[in-house]
Design a protein around this ligand. Structure first.
Ligand SMILES: [Zn+2]
Ligand SMILES: [Zn+2]
Length: 126
């Protein structure tokens, strides 16, 4: 697990427990479905489920729904966090943290929006 991810967990008030480490390490290799995470981590269903909820609550993981596909869990790898949009490539299924100023939310919505997900094709797949 990358050291900045450990730091982010701690900053968000989450201890770096063994299940969390396993899940984050699996997601470091790319987006995964719940079933894939069960298989890769060897953890039980409830543990994976609970930790995914926690990791989403603190913004370290986000979920992507593609038509006809199981939801994918994607790791947010932006150092230091802060509001930023995510881009997800529907073809190669790669998630990217966009620079904070890519998307400007106008008032009065700026405070209301905490997640922005853009879908499309990345520069390699375009
Ligand atoms: Zn991110
Ligand atoms: Zn792509």
């Amino acid at each position: 697990m990358k050291s900045e991810l450990k730091k982010t967990l701690r900053q968000k008030g989450l201890r770096c427990t063994e299940p969390r480490r396993c899940i984050v390490e699996a997601l470091e290799k790319g987006p995964k479905t719940h079933a894939e995470l069960l298989h890769l981590t060897g953890l039980d269903r409830v543990t994976v489920y609970r930790n995914l909820i926690l990791l989403q609550q603190v913004g370290l993981v986000y979920r992507v729904y593609l038509p006809g596909h199981e939801p994918l869990f994607v790791l947010c790898e932006k150092e230091g966090g802060g509001f930023h949009a995510h881009f997800f490539c529907e073809k190669c299924r790669k998630g990217v943290c966009l620079p904070a100023d890519t998307i400007q939310i106008v008032e009065p919505w700026a405070k209301q929006v905490d997640k922005v997900l853009l879908l499309g094709r990345c520069l390699h797949c375009a």
